[in-house]
Design a protein around this ligand. Sequence first.
Ligand code: INI
Length: 164
Amino acid sequence: MATLEGRFTEASHLKIAIVVARFNDLVTSKLLSGCLDCLKRHGIDTCQTSGQLDIAWVPGSFELPIVAQSLAKSGRYQVVITLGAVIRGDTPHFDVVVAEASKGIAVVSRETGIPIIFGVLTTDTMQQALERAGIKSNLGWSYALQALEMGSLMDELQSIKPSS
Ligand code: INI
């Protein structure tokens, strides 16, 4: 029996792309800070000239899948993190944006074989979003950890030899 799992201690070589939505920038910029802090503390060179980490900005969460797809297809990254914040407020637009972002990201991940982390907060209010982006805890940190875990796990899966 083999146990296959990602190892945070063996993830510092990963090449990572982050796609961030500008909509609700007050929230998404905090998610990005948390994410970068976690990656840095796990040995990723977050300096954008290092070639290990690139950051792309999109207008809103609706646009996350197409850019995640382009980055995943480039062959340059082992994992892509998407960051967004969709706040319900009073608009039915919420459901459309959340559905397209979540479905799109899942499809891109499966079709490219590159893990795409779904780092999109979906909340009823701005207050709830801010609480998850640093006032209480910063989920950007968790999304980074999930990226390291998945990148490392995918490496491990690739090293499995086919049975003879
Ligand atoms: N985009 C978000 O990321 N969060 C939101 O809360 C949001 N709302 O509520 O409308 C939102 N809309 C913009 C959308 O993602 C697209 O950028 C836009 O429709 C252009 O395609």
